[in-house]
Write a protein that binds this ligand. Structure first.
Ligand code: CAO
Length: 468
């Protein structure tokens, strides 16, 4: 007799308010006992919440970004224990990907299924807005005492997600190996550590490279391993672990730098009048700002407004590569790089085209505060179309920002400075703002980039142009 039962978060080692980073099931799905329902991410690891019983998912009670603790209900499952409780050994099933017959394999008991995974894997995808691949079962096949369970590769592995344990994924990541390129020798095409080692040996011997699939097609990187140096041999050292954010953003930055052909176009914008207007408006509103009734207008808020106008004029900058297609977005969500004690994050300000500068400045202040406190939700870092990275409050004359894939351009802003500018008759002191626009040369050519920065400069010199 079927009955509705609640699946709750089990003991997760005392962690509380752990965010849900992935939903592994949806209403209507049939789940086996111990099958993952959602993935959680603590400071140190990701883990799946297993279903305590077999049945059909009636309701998923959490959504992406929700914070859960031990006992939180994640799903309601219609359980028919008579029908589902004892998974029976299943006949081999065909893998849709390979067409090969896949033998039934085993899954680990509940504690082992709380799979510890490198934080650099799934969260990186969360931050970039990409879908997070489901975790593969982590138990070694043939482990004693574990009942065999039907393994349906399609159900467990989304298309093209290589089948490997978290430990093997971490190992491959450390060596810079793309698991998509490694043939798995174990049952069901599962990739072992030895498979990765073999792949690296073969690549080093010239028998093959470790190509990295690019968004716009495919390209190959034939990298030698990272140098291993015993620094202590040369003097005193201190070893500090990277923060979680540093690991995530580092992996994203390395991929973007390696896979996107970057070019950076530099220009200076005359913001003499704009800065005078900004200062005047802030003075007018000084009392309201001091009382917390109005937000301070920041240069970055004006820049966002000007960038939206430039993106509207040059739509290929508000686009993403998707295989052989360019996806042109009709919305304008702008990311801005924020420096936090734990590292770089990019909050996204939504629908900037529909907001005034004061509203943009207010929302940016709120997002920057959340970023500094480490309280940004995943959805507040997703969906960006174009990013601005401002180092203007710190210093410098120019830099090369790295594109935030799958976006195709990013604007770097350095410190404005009074400079003598020739007006055709004489030098006049003008406040000049250095702009550094990095763009994906597969999508944008140099002439378009020069037109974009020139137009942006004209807008910043006279924002009335944005109304035309
Ligand atoms: N030129 C000169 N001065 C500037 C300026 C510019 N381009 N931009 C800002 N300033 C000045 C402001 O006038 C302000 O000065 P006052 O306090 O005297 O008024 C001060 O710098 C702070 O400016 P702000 O409050 O407007 O903040 P911001 O817009 O500069 O920065 C934020 C906000 C969230 C972007 C910032 O805190 C930050 O994190 N910056 C670093 C981003 C980063 O790390 N980028 C690199 C990514 S790649 O590693």
């Amino acid at each position: 007799m079927a009955e509705l039962k609640e699946a709750r978060v089990p003991d997760i080692g005392g962690h509380g308010d752990v965010p849900v980073i992935e939903l592994l099931v949806k209403p209507g799905d049939t789940v086996a006992k111990d099958q993952g329902l959602v993935t959680l991410e603590s400071d140190k690891a990701t883990m799946e919440v297993p279903s305590p019983f077999a049945g059909v998912v009636k309701e998923v009670k959490v959504k992406l970004g929700d914070a859960v603790s031990e006992g939180t209900v994640v799903a309601v499952i219609e359980s028919d224990d008579a029908a589902h409780a004892e998974p029976v050994p299943a006949p081999p099933v065909a893998s849709a990907e390979t067409g090969a017959k896949v033998e039934p394999t085993a899954v680990a008991p509940v504690p082992d299924r709380l799979a510890q995974q490198s934080v650099a894997q799934a969260p990186a995808a969360v931050e970039s807005g990409a879908p997070v691949p489901a975790l593969a079962p982590v138990a070694e096949p043939g482990q004693p005492g574990i009942p065999p369970m039907r393994f349906e590769a399609d159900a467990v592995l989304p298309a093209k997600v290589p089948y490997a344990s978290p430990a093997v994924r971490l190992f491959a990541r450390e060596l810079g190996v793309d698991l998509d390129q490694v043939a798995g020798s174990e049952r069901g095409g599962r990739i072992s550590k030895e498979d990765v080692q073999k792949f690296v040996k073969s690549a080093l011997a010239g028998g093959g490279v470790a190509p990295v699939a690019a968004a716009g097609g495919g390209s190959g990187l034939n990298l030698i391993p990272w140098p291993k140096v015993d620094f202590a041999k040369f003097g005193a050292i201190e070893t500090r672990p990277l923060s979680r954010i540093q690991k995530i953003s580092g992996a994203n930055l390395a991929r973007n730098w390696a896979m996107i052909p970057h070019v950076t176009q530099h220009d200076d914008a005359d913001i003499t009048e704009l800065e005078a207007l900004r200062v005047a408006l802030n003075e007018e509103n000084a009392k309201a700002i001091a009382a917390g009734k109005a937000g301070k207008l920041t240069m970055l808020a004006f820049l966002i407004k000007a960038c939206v106008a430039a993106l509207q004029k040059f739509p290929t900058f508000n686009a993403s590569l998707d295989g052989d297609n360019l996806v042109l977005k009709q919305y304008f969500h702008i990311g801005f790089a924020a420096d936090t004690p734990n590292g770089l994050v990019v909050p996204v300000l939504r629908d900037a085209d529909q907001k005034g500068v004061a509203q943009i400045a207010k929302e940016m202040g709120e997002l920057a505060a959340l970023a500094r406190d480490g309280k940004l939700k995943p959805e507040q870092m997703q969906g960006g179309c174009f990013t601005i990275s401002s180092l203007g409050g710190i210093g410098g004359t120019a830099f090369t920002p790295i594109i935030n894939a799958p976006e195709v351009a990013i604007l770097g802003v350095s410190k404005s400075e009074m400079k003598p500018v020739w007006n055709g008759e004489k030098f006049k002191p003008r406040l000049m703002l250095p702009l550094s626009l990095s763009y994906d040369h597969r999508v944008i050519d140099g002439a378009a980039a020069a037109r974009f920065t020139t137009y942006l400069g004209q807008l910043l010199a006279d924002l009335r142009r944005a109304m035309l």
